[in-house]
Design a protein around this ligand. Structure first.
Ligand code: SF4
Length: 414
């Protein structure tokens, strides 16, 4: 390892970080620089995109401090027993790389995670040291997202939050049974305990800021977590239930869902096939229903099928509406905001526009058509001044009429 160049380490440790979805990596090759395969390539060298608290899309250098690890989580390519090339940065090297990328305008921040070297505390100290060098020695004002280690001393996690914009702690798997089976070194209580500490620190810092202008900030962009989907037997209902509990208990900004992807030299306890990517997509849609559309977790669970999973061929909002047809059609000229948000095909913005425009005039079907991508999807669930669906809402074949053709599904499921 001593002979590895910085570029070789970067290649290994940016690639090893790609399995972590909790920086909201877009996965797109948006920027390139230095000609082709240079350090500006999102594919090869770990630049990902995330969203800042104000909604801006920002580019982050996404790397691991090291992919050495003393833990042996079955689903992880970096686990102790995995046969992969290993590398390790020093905190100074990560800080230098971040500054170099930043000065060249390739990135606006850093997403740093790590395998566990020696001990959780030692690793956490190294992660904190990267942030300290950047903030204190270089007055770095860019975005920093630190993945923290739940087994580390809470004081170290606290220090991480003082330097970082966002911290995250992965719950890894939706059920405690799954965690025990697939990540035997991890402990669900410890993970949630660490999240609880971070929640308390964030609340305290916000409170202090209200009273003292110069109070130190603590993870102002909040905390997030990630769950792996499809590595164990957890159903979508289990996942939705867990996510909702985490949002409520720890005031998380985001729960990220990462479809398990088979890794080289995979452990025999793992499934051989990855779940369809569309499953991950449906979980994100259900997450949005809870966060922005006013659905309770139990209602999202009502959209699941007999096996506890969300349908793959239609989105969860449509699945719910088809199950509760007695709630439709809703009159776009009279219905409440909550009722309009339940209409398949109407997003939050479209509902806002309906509410604003109906103050001045009575809306017709063509007005709604301008606000949606698919009038076919909306029509069975609404009434307007000139439209009423009559038997359409009750048709037995309505699901078949509204589901995208299976050929289209394959595009997403590939
Ligand atoms: S702690 Fe587990 S998930 Fe994290 S790097 Fe080590 S083996 Fe992978």
């Amino acid at each position: 390892m001593a002979s590895q160049t910085i570029l070789e380490k970067l290649e290994i440790l940016a690639d090893a970080a790609k399995y972590d979805a909790s920086c909201a990596s877009s996965g797109t090759a948006k920027k390139d620089s230095l000609g082709g395969k240079g350090i500006g390539s999102t594919e090869g060298m770990g630049i990902c995109h995330a969203y800042a608290p104000d909604g801006r899309c920002i580019s982050l250098l996404k790397i691991l401090l090291t992919n050495h690890c003393v833990f042996d989580c079955h689903y992880c390519v970096n686990r102790k027993s995995s046969n992969v090339r290993r590398a390790r940065f020093t905190p100074q090297e990560v800080a230098d790389l971040t500054l170099a990328f930043y000065r060249r305008n390739y990135i606006e921040g850093l997403f740093l995670s790590s395998g566990i070297i020696k001990s959780s505390n030692h690793t956490m100290e190294q992660i904190v040291e990267v942030a300290r060098i950047l903030r204190e020695e270089h007055d770095f004002r860019g975005y920093i997202h630190l993945k923290t280690i739940p087994e580390a001393d809470p004081e170290l996690v606290h220090q991480a939050g003082l330097y970082a914009d966002r911290v995250s702690i992965n719950v890894e798997l939706p059920t405690n049974a799954g965690l025990t089976r697939l990540a035997p070194d991890k402990d669900a209580r410890q993970i949630e305990g660490a999240m609880g500490h971070v929640k308390g620190d964030i609340a305290e810092a916000k409170d202090a800021k209200k009273r003292f202008r110069n109070a130190p900030r603590f993870a102002p962009a909040g905390q997030s977590t990630q769950m792996i989907v499809g590595a164990d037997a957890a159903t979508d209902a289990d996942i939705v239930g867990k996510a909702s509990r985490l949002y409520d208990s720890f005031r998380l900004r985001r729960v990220y869902y990462s479809a398990f992807s088979p890794i080289p030299d995979a452990s025999a306890v793992l499934p051989l096939k990855r779940p369809p990517l569309i499953r991950e997509h449906r979980l994100y849609q259900s997450d949005w229903l809870m966060r922005f559309y006013g659905y309770k977790p139990g209602e999202v669970m009502q959209a699941t099928e007999a096996d506890g999973n969300l349908p793959l061929d239609i989105d969860p909002k449509l699945a719910w509406a088809l199950k509760f047809r007695e709630r439709f059609p809703v009159d776009v000229n009279r219905a409440s905001k909550d009722e309009l948000l339940r209409v398949p095909g109407l997003g939050v913005k479209a509902v806002g526009k309906i509410l604003a425009s109906r103050r001045h005039r009575t809306l017709r079907l063509e007005d709604v058509a301008r606000l949606t991508l698919s009038l076919t999807k909306v029509r069975p669930f609404i009434c307007t001044a000139d439209w009423r669906p009559l038997v359409l809402t009750d048709r037995a074949d309505l699901r078949a009429l509204l589901a995208p053709k299976s050929e289209q599904l394959e595009l997403f499921a590939a």
